[in-house]
Ligand binder design. Structure first.
Ligand SMILES: *Cc1c(COP(=O)(O)O)cnc(C)c1O
Length: 434
């Protein structure tokens, strides 16, 4: 299967080129040239299949022309090493817990798939590939851990100084080896902008092989569709319609859900839930798409003012804005709403949500209020509450126990290099560190 750029449908490249480039040279996002539609039999049979079986089937439909059966098995086995349980929270409301991986956030799925696929595609190459990552928190930890000690791959992580939680920072700054971190004097969008500029810089690209592991990369983005199939497969039989709410920042996760739907998964409505960085809910309400600089919130992994997957969402609906606005509903929440949601759900259902999952829950709740009794809903719980311990403990007035693998990171020593918010400084760093 080839991949085209959202900026130019005639620019078409192989899987390897799309993964190694990350972003198309015209700054467009790569998209599969055709979206395979899965058979009705497969969809009906989903409740009888394991997560791995679902993974093999869906990935074969997508990459079966480009990878051998053995490579697909290797990829899926490496990715789906932990479960994604669907937990009932209220009548007709389920939490899809995506935080059971090594860094306790959903990005582990994409990062694990991406590192494995890159190492498969780079086999036999002489040069190392350098993965540049801008992170608002969880991407850094998932990518650092997913790529740690992967041969022929170096990872360089840019993150905004003082704007990620201590635990998130520990998860990527304490590893060392092939993982380097740069602490940028700026906000997430500044980090993302420098990374994008590096991909377009002629001199850098002549001297080194640069790629991205942000959700703009299809190797990070596409595998995220797998847990939507799995969630559907574990949902009790229902005559109601199905709504899925996705707490969103760069909108890769939601885009992967729409991809699953386009492949034939019967999801009736998606809900784009955000914090006050509400560029997409604003657009879905009928306004033009206008990016903003990001604002800091308690759901900091979603503090994104220029969501990089937006045009991918539009492309998934064949650039039909009317259809997009029909199928995706937007909601946004202030921090105080998020805290209130966390508290109410703890009181009523004894379920503890992290601030991101809580935004997803609230979007679903509001949508179901507008459409009473019609929908069964799933919200994606994208991080373990322990990752955002301070906010959760303060909001709920309790002490959280940290899972052991988080405690381990907290004991490590932070190693990082400060970087000015200036592309030329970043470029200099890249050139001297080859
Ligand atoms: C990254 C992240 C999000 C946002 O995901 P996108 O794919 O960027 O929309 C939501 N919640 C958590 C916990 C995250 O780490």
């Amino acid at each position: 299967m080839n991949f085209y750029s959202t900026n130019n449908p005639k620019h078409s490249v192989s899987l390897k080129e799309a993964v190694i480039r990350g972003l198309a040279p015209d700054q467009g996002l790569y998209m599969p040239e055709k979206i395979p539609v899965l058979s009705k039999d497969f969809i009906q049979d989903l409740p009888n299949l394991s997560f791995l079986e679902i993974g093999y089937h869906v990935i074969t439909e997508l990459f079966g022309e480009d990878l051998t059966k053995e490579q697909i098995k290797e990829l899926v086995d490496h990715t789906l090493t932990f479960d994604a349980p669907l937990v009932k929270v209220e009548e007709d409301v389920y939490s899809l817990e995506l935080f059971h991986g090594p860094t306790l956030a959903f990005k582990d799925f994409g990062a694990r798939f991406c590192s494995k696929l890159m190492s498969i595609l780079m086999k036999g190459e002489e040069r190392n590939v350098r993965v540049l990552v801008a992170t608002s928190g969880d991407t850094g930890s998932a990518v650092a851990n997913g790529f740690y000690k992967v041969p022929n791959v170096e990872v360089i992580i840019l993150y905004p100084k003082g704007k990620v939680s201590e635990l998130q920072e520990k998860q990527f700054t304490t590893l060392g080896e092939n993982i380097t971190t740069l602490e940028v004097d700026g906000v997430f969008d500044d980090c993302q902008k420098m990374v994008k500029e590096a991909f377009l810089d002629k001199e850098l690209n002549e001297k080194m092989l640069l790629t991205s592991a942000n959700s703009i990369n299809i190797a990070r983005w596409i595998p995220q569709c797998l847990y939507y199939f799995y969630a559907y497969s574990r949902l009790p039989q229902t005559d109601k319609k199905i709504a899925v709410s996705v707490p969103s920042g760069n909108f890769g996760n939601l885009g992967a859900g729409i991809l699953a739907e386009r492949m034939g998964l019967p999801i009736d409505v998606f809900i784009a839930s955000t914090n006050v960085n509400k560029v997409v809910p604003n657009y879905l309400a009928g306004n033009p798409f206008i990016t903003k600089s990001s604002m800091q919130t308690i759901s900091n992994s979603m503090d994104v003012g220029n969501p990089s997957n937006f045009f991918r969402l539009l492309a998934l609906y064949d650039n039909d804005e009317k259809l997009f606005r029909e199928k995706v509903k937007g909601f946004y929440f202030e921090d105080q709403d998020t805290k209130y949601g966390m508290l109410k759900v703890k009181e009523n259902s004894n379920y503890i949500m992290d601030p991101h999952g809580a935004v997803g829950y609230l979007g679903l709740r509001n949508f179901r209020k507008q459409n009473p009794d019609q929908f069964v809903g799933i919200f994606l719980e994208t991080a373990h509450p322990g990752k955002f311990r301070n906010v959760v403990e303060e909001t709920l007035g309790l002490k959280l126990e940290l899972p052991e693998r988080l405690e381990k990171f907290m004991k490590g020593e932070k190693k990082t290099t400060p970087l000015k918010n200036d592309f030329q400084e970043f470029k200099k760093y890249l050139l001297i560190s080859i």
